[in-house]
Design a protein around this ligand. Structure first.
Ligand code: KIV
Ligand code: NA
Length: 255
């Protein structure tokens, strides 16, 4: 398992960082063996695998259970667990305890928080405790009821807020920053301004790395955001296998 310093060094050496989500042991094992640098146990698992229609219902218990499965399967990738909605930011104590559960009990190497002015102090506290923190700015889906899933940082004031929060979280000790669904020129500016690696999603090509949701990438999601990309047809493969099995049993060809 690399340390966050090794991830930062790889990025500083010019290696584009690759990150994908995973939520269970078999897919985490595949992602890990394929050489992906960081595995995110995203709260996107609410939509991707738990059947919720947003990330808001995901609990710390669910995150811990799935993080455990991923951490047990990953050998080379750094495992980052998302802090779910309402598990941090309410009080610093709650954020520290819940981050501790994901790292100490479930085996994550780092946590990711949807960042804002309220997460600067918590980021510093977690880092001081030995819990690496990945910041997340731009579109932050836990604020669905405030901003929907729209592109962020599109006005000068909003772009300035993102630039400022990015600097504040770097100063607080975050080891990297996810920048989601913002204009590519803003992402390029933030990437140039920060020493820590910026990992983009729907943020153009000029970041230090990219992240996508695994079920979108493999073609398993029922719906995906406009900036996602399919690199495979897992849904088709599973449908073919299941249909072939049913037909073989019904036709008496199996067993
Ligand atoms: O939950 C998630 O998958 C994420 C990524 C989209 C960055 O936060
Ligand atoms: Na997330």
């Amino acid at each position: 398992m690399p340390t966050v310093q090794e991830i930062r060094q790889a990025s500083a050496d010019g290696e584009p960082l690759t990150m994908l989500t995973a939520y269970d042991a078999p897919t985490a094992g595949i992602v890990d063996a394929a050489g992906i640098d960081l595995i995110l146990v995203g709260d996107s698992m609410g939509n991707a695998v738990l059947g919720y229609d947003s990330t808001l219902p995901v609990t710390v218990e669910e995150m811990a259970s799935h993080t455990g499965a991923v951490a047990r399967a990953a050998e080379d990738a750094l495992v980052v667990a998302d802090m779910p909605f309402m598990s941090y930011g309410t009080t610093d104590g709650a954020g520290v305890e819940n981050a501790g559960r994901l790292v100490k009990d479930a085996g994550a190497n780092a946590v990711k928080l949807e960042s804002g002015p309220h997460t600067v102090a918590l980021t510093e506290r977690l880092v001081n405790l030995g819990i690496p923190v990945m910041a997340h700015l731009g579109l932050t889906p836990q604020r669905l009821n405030q901003v929907g899933y729209s592109r962020q940082g599109t006005t000068e004031a909003a772009a300035e807020e993102i630039r400022e929060l990015a600097e504040r979280h770097e100063a607080a000790g975050a080891f990297s920053l996810v920048l989601e669904h913002v204009p590519g020129d803003l992402a390029a500016e933030v990437t140039a301004a920060l020493d820590i690696p910026v990992i983009g999603i729907g943020a153009g090509p000029e970041t230090d790395g990219q992240v996508l949701v695994l079920t979108d990438v493999i073609g398993l999601s029922e719906s995906a955001p406009p900036f996602a990309a399919e690199f495979g047809d897992a849904r088709g493969e599973i449908e073919d296998a299941v249909t072939a099995y049913r037909e073989a049993v019904e036709d008496g060809d199996f067993p």
